[in-house]
Design a protein around this ligand. Sequence first.
Ligand code: NAG
Ligand code: NAG
Ligand code: NAG
Ligand code: NAG
Length: 563
Amino acid sequence: MFVSNICVVFALGITAFAKPISSSLTVHERRDVAPNGFTLTGPADESSQLTLRMALTSNNLAGLEKALYKTAFRNDGVIRDHLTKEQVESFVSPTNETTTQVAEWLSSHGVAFTTTSPAGDWLQINVDVTTANQLLDANFMSFNDDSTGKEVIRTLSYSIPTQLQSHIQFIHPTISFPVKAKRSPLTLKKTKSNAQTTPKTSIPNLTGRANVTCCVADEVDPTCLIDLYGIPESTAPQTTSRIGLAEFIEQFPQNADLEAFRPDLPSTLSFSLETLDGGSDPQNARDAGIEANLDVQYTIGLAVNVPVEVFEVGENNADDLDGFLDLADFVLAQTSPPQVLSIAFGFDEPDVPATLANSLCNAYMQLGARGVSVIISAGDGGVSGSQSQSCTTFIPTFPSTCPFVTSTIYQVGATQDFSPETAADFSSGGFSNIFSIPSYQATAVKNYLSSLGTTNAGKFNSSGRGFPDVSAQGVNVVIFDGGEEGTVDGSSVSVNIFSSVIGLLNAQLISSGLPVADPSILNDITSGDNPGCNTNGFSATTGWDPVTGLGTPNYPEMLLRGF
Ligand SMILES: *[C@@H]1O[C@H](CO)[C@@H](O)[C@H](O)[C@H]1NC(C)=O
Ligand SMILES: *[C@@H]1O[C@H](CO)[C@@H](O)[C@H](O)[C@H]1NC(C)=O
Ligand SMILES: *[C@@H]1O[C@H](CO)[C@@H](O)[C@H](O)[C@H]1NC(C)=O
Ligand SMILES: *[C@@H]1O[C@H](CO)[C@@H](O)[C@H](O)[C@H]1NC(C)=O
């Protein structure tokens, strides 16, 4: 029952390794105790089934990084070309030696495996506790997840054959415990007395825009954003530029709310749906998800005529990251993925094991090399992480700290005419403890740190990747949710606004026959800060800063010079 097709293929290689491969085992990863929030209850039931994944060593990730930077940044006169699916996989796939040795080890234990990533760098095995304990010299035990009351089976240590150490990065989940994705803590504020009865009019013709007049009563809607950032009202109907929206933790966008939000748009302008890990998209006011609703309203309702694909990631995921890794692999498996992947969810970086963080970040690198901009919200807790919490040192957020994504945060429009824009005080920002400063950011971060002096010294890692990269409006933003109109605040809005800008730029550039652009021309934001951990956090300043990044979109400049 254990022989899969893949195993049959690799069975041919077994004769080359006559010696039993598991003769000597070496501890590969270990931890002393379970993290807070998990209580040891006893040994695991020996017949419990475990789904374990193995991250194999890629043959040339450094080569892919080089290729990514060659395609991501324009040298004048050079038309950029992205890598194909096959080209990316040729860097990421393990060597024949790696795959053969790992397959031989598993089959010598009678364990079948499947491949879960397009490049073959992730394998999955399904084994009972007894088999897992023998295979990995582990001691899988039963823990109670105190927040959910659910059983979690983990080991505090595991080993692999010594000669496989360079071939296997890590096995998961073993010593790491589940982390839950977070999103902006959105609540619908009912600000207008006539909110439910005022229909939205269609977007006015803003050609020749000279005055920002549309942001009334401190509220942000598509009309306001079109005016504020010089965004086109729509693109000509086209299907080449597309935006992908990631939905996790049972957030379901509602067509009825989208229609109420933009009744002037044809109802054919809806989203297409793709599901994984048992995801679905029930349509019922009761199922309205405030996050999912704002995601579709500020992409379809802002980047009009840029098709939007919603990826509904269900709860049946085995990546222990709420499906983030599964989604990356799902998109990587597509031959023609959307050029923008907008993700309004994230984690506190310290909650995610560095091995797993690196793995997901490398999946985003693969997407980047294929021409997909991964755009992620920075979070809503200032320097205290994805949501406000008590802390003594600053808490960066992830995946915003991955060097291969563009993280966005939000701005408060400080005055009614939004001039100038100011940093929102809950904008997350700071520096990674896992990822070092990428070369493209080195000068900007160095300049910021030298102007910072000793402020906040010891509270953040000055050799880490700084985030966010860019920002956009995120306060008092009008949406419809469950049939009701109101406003919300959160970095979730900013990420969608920014994704729409890139989606529209891509549509204009693609339709004129040019490759896809990257954000580089922005409105610098120079006031406001992001307090947290009993400090004032960081301050926005001229140039890049860990509050607003490089600034907010200036569409006409991005179209003209950003490429
Ligand atoms: C790896 O195996 C494939 C198929 O068996 C073969 O075509 C390829 O040449 C091998 N590559 C190396 C580097 O040995
Ligand atoms: C918008 O206004 C400009 C100048 O006033 C005009 O040339 C253009 O045709 C108008 N566009 C539409 C779609 O009405
Ligand atoms: C901009 O505002 C000024 C003053 O209110 C007005 O005179 C002018 O016509 C406006 N320009 C446009 C293009 O609407
Ligand atoms: C600081 O960040 C670097 C990565 O840039 C990392 O290697 C190092 O461990 C971090 N230090 C701490 C104390 O987390």
